[in-house]
Design a protein around this ligand. Structure first.
Ligand SMILES: Cc1cc2nc3c(=O)[nH]c(=O)nc-3n(C[C@H](O)[C@H](O)[C@H](O)COP(=O)(O)O)c2cc1C
Length: 213
């Protein structure tokens, strides 16, 4: 009888423990879309409203990012979230100086240009220690973050274009402010914000998939 009572109390404690832990991990309400639906609904978003992104959502997105599979679970990656308009605007100002009068400048500096991250109010930078698996690890992390953002009603766009600038002399101040661990290399930036466009799905070439008999 005493054993049954102890076992029952232990079960109740375990259930409360799991509920508390889950609440601590994900403070967002659970959403209803399934994984396949979210994967198929995701689009790269290149126009954002000026509405800032709630920090709670950025926390959920980045936690989903580091939940990605990664080789030997070394987690030799770093994630930096920038949602400071001042930082983004200063970085953009320095970047614009380097692209004025170039084909990139002609392409990007349209009348609706507000910042170098496709006008997004938040940016997530992903860096990694160079290794054979760094690209795969960070790619898997990126898709996790983009899908999580999509489910939270946010748009994202993976951006390679800002990286050469951040790695250059002119971008040093901004790269250094990310305070990456020694030897870590920026892989991409992820623009995050509330979408101001609903682009059509870009076509995919299904002949890339083949079953091997
Ligand atoms: C590594 C990588 C770098 C990218 N760099 C840029 C970029 O600098 N600017 C941009 O507008 N889109 C960029 N994209 C987004 C792709 O253009 C986009 O994923 C592709 O056109 C397919 O469209 P979808 O994401 O809407 O399916 C990048 C995507 C990846 C994976």
């Amino acid at each position: 009888m005493k054993n049954i009572l102890i076992a029952t109390l232990a079960c109740i404690a375990a259930i409360f423990g799991v509920l508390y832990f889950t609440g601590e991990q994900l403070k967002e309400p659970t959403t209803t879309a399934g994984a396949i639906e979210t994967i198929m609904a995701r689009r790269s978003i290149r126009q954002y409203t000026e509405q800032s992104v709630e920090r709670e959502k950025l926390e959920v997105i980045t936690r989903c990012g580091i939940a990605a599979p990664n080789a030997m679970n070394k987690q030799d990656w770093a994630v930096r979230v920038v949602d400071s308009k001042e930082w983004i605007d200063r970085c953009t100002k320095a970047y614009v100086e380097t692209i004025k009068g170039t084909p990139t400048g002609d392409y990007l500096l349209t009348p609706d240009f507000r910042n170098m991250f496709r006008n997004a109010p938040a940016v997530i930078f992903v860096a990694a220690l160079p290794s054979d698996y760094a690209g795969v690890n960070c790619g898997l992390m990126g898709e996790n973050m983009m899908l999580a953002a999509c489910e939270l009603g946010l748009g994202t766009c993976c951006l390679g274009m800002p990286i050469p600038f951040l790695n250059s002399e002119q971008g040093a101040e901004f790269r250094e402010s990310l305070d990456l661990p020694e030897g870590y290399v920026l892989q991409y930036a992820l623009a995050v914000g509330y979408p101001a466009e609903q682009p059509e799905a870009k076509p995919r070439d299904e002949s890339k998939i083949r079953f091997v008999e």
